[in-house]
Design a protein around this ligand. Structure first.
Ligand SMILES: [Zn+2]
Length: 470
């Protein structure tokens, strides 16, 4: 394929030839060979394909078929009640997502029953750690007050709440795997050529499922798959050379800490060492200061391996920055949360912690490796909007959070273009021999950078194959 008149590396407008999965020539005026397809970029910027370094594919696909139960779609108890009532009388499960206490407080089975009782309902908290089930759901799952399942009980009675146990729920539900085609096409339309799935319970079953989805052409992106200890030493069957199929690689072992139930410190250190012995990195979910301090302590004790990561680092006091650098940790941040949740943060987060929310520039200045992601479906699957938020640091209502953390558009783009297995690296240069994971914009970079959130790529290539043409 020949791409004519594309702006590369933010400066030169050149012609560029792609053969199989590589860029094989770059020049002022390349001539089309035989019936080679030709695309005229008309000066549009040609960039590396985007990598979303932290998301959850299965939940993202399922969320598209779910009821939104929290901001920005639903703000009040009345609104949520009306949404639930409107779904009475239908068959089968109703799955709600994105719930937040600001809507109707700490809801339980009885709250949902009051509005929707004639079909099973499960509502997930925005943080992804809590499900609330109604009575019909509890009945269908065959759980009772006296059972030994992981559901919460208050005074011996089921509250309907299930904390931190998606696996149990999945087993009970016998969930079918969601179809990834729509989600994958959406990501391709935004220029995304690779994703890191950071779900902590990923196991060989998910490897098989995603590999098959890639083979079927349902999943168009390369995948780095984090997961549990069952993936130690596991390797996905390699793709056949020349098949053009996306890759699936096993990534770090994921630890999902919660400050209310921190694991035994020595056990955690043992687990970190075990992952490292299996030549695997570790990645820690750290959204509070306490989770971060605990994690950094364990990593100092057990040792780090280049590539170990902290996911979110939502609250990072300045005195911890050096520790990140000394331990060689990568921070994978979600700048989009500033736009999506910023107004709530300003209302709810301790004033003392607010300057430390989703820090960006401070990490770069301190020499800490930094990468970006959307955490979809917990954040919107919109990497360009996340980049815009990294630059503007503005909430939905336009309030600025941590102005000193703002990045340039190029720094924001770099958060989303480092290799999947090396987040935090600099923007890759497009040059001869580079993999043809590319995204072509309608305009040159100078115009595009002024409105990152508005960018809709014209063309996306993964491994030299067109996976999106707008
Ligand atoms: Zn996540």
């Amino acid at each position: 394929m020949l791409i004519r008149r594309a702006e590369i590396n933010f400066s030169d407008v050149v012609d560029l030839r792609i053969d199989r999965d590589r860029i094989v020539a770059i020049g002022a005026q390349l001539h089309a060979q035989g019936d080679e397809p030709v695309i005229d970029a008309d000066g549009g910027a040609l960039l590396s394909g985007l990598h979303d370094h932290h998301l959850h594919l299965a939940s993202l696909a399922a969320s598209r078929a779910s009821l939104q139960c929290g901001p920005p779609q639903v703000h009040t108890a009345e609104q949520l009640a009306a949404q639930l009532k409107a779904r009475r009388g239908a068959q089968g499960w109703l799955r709600g997502i994105g719930y937040h206490e600001s809507v109707a407080g700490e809801i339980d089975r009885h709250w949902i029953d009051r509005h929707l009782f004639d079909r099973p309902v499960r509502i997930q908290h925005r943080g992804g750690r809590l499900w609330v089930l109604n009575s019909a759901a509890l009945q269908l799952l065959d759980v009772r007050d006296a059972g030994d399942d992981p559901l919460e009980r208050i005074d011996g009675r089921l509250s309907g709440r299930l904390y931190d146990n998606d696996r149990w729920l999945r087993q009970r539900l016998g969930l079918e795997r969601p179809d990834l085609a729509e989600v994958s096409r959406h990501l391709a339309s935004l220029g995304v050529t690779g994703v890191t799935d950071t779900s902590p319970n990923n196991s060989p079953g998910e490897v098989l499922w995603l590999r098959q989805a890639q083979r079927r052409g349902e999943l168009l992106q390369d995948v780095l798959l984090m997961g549990d200890a069952s993936l130690d030493g596991f390797s996905a069957e390699p793709v056949e050379a020349g098949s053009g199929l996306p890759q699936l690689t096993i990534g770090p072992r994921k630890f999902h800490l919660h400050e209310a139930h921190l694991p035994d410190y020595d056990d955690l250190c043992t687990d970190i060492r075990r992952a490292h012995r299996a030549e695997r990195n570790v990645a820690f979910h750290c959204v509070t200061r306490a989770e971060l301090v605990f994690t950094l302590g364990a990593l100092r004790e057990a040792g780090t391996r280049p590539g170990d990561r902290i996911e979110h680092a939502s609250v990072t006091p300045t005195e911890l920055l050096e520790e990140f650098r000394d331990l060689g940790l990568i921070v994978v941040s979600q700048p989009g949360f500033i736009a999506e949740r910023g107004d709530q943060y300003l209302d709810e987060v301790d004033a003392a912690d607010q300057p430390w929310l989703y820090r960006l520039k401070t990490f770069l200045d301190a020499g800490v490796l930094l990468a970006g992601s959307t955490d979809a479906p917990f954040g919107a699957a919109e990497p360009w909007r996340a980049m815009q938020a990294a630059v503007s640091r503005r909430s939905a209502k336009g309030r600025v959070i941590g102005a000193a953390e703002a990045l340039s558009p190029e720094q924001a783009l770099a958060l989303f273009t480092a290799p999947l297995n090396a987040p935090g690296q600099q923007l890759p240069r497009l040059e001869i021999g580079a993999t043809a994971d590319l995204c072509l914009l309608h305009a040159g970079w100078r115009r595009a950078r002024a409105d990152l959130a508005g960018i809709r790529p014209r063309l996306t290539l993964r491994g030299g194959r067109v996976i999106w043409a707008g």
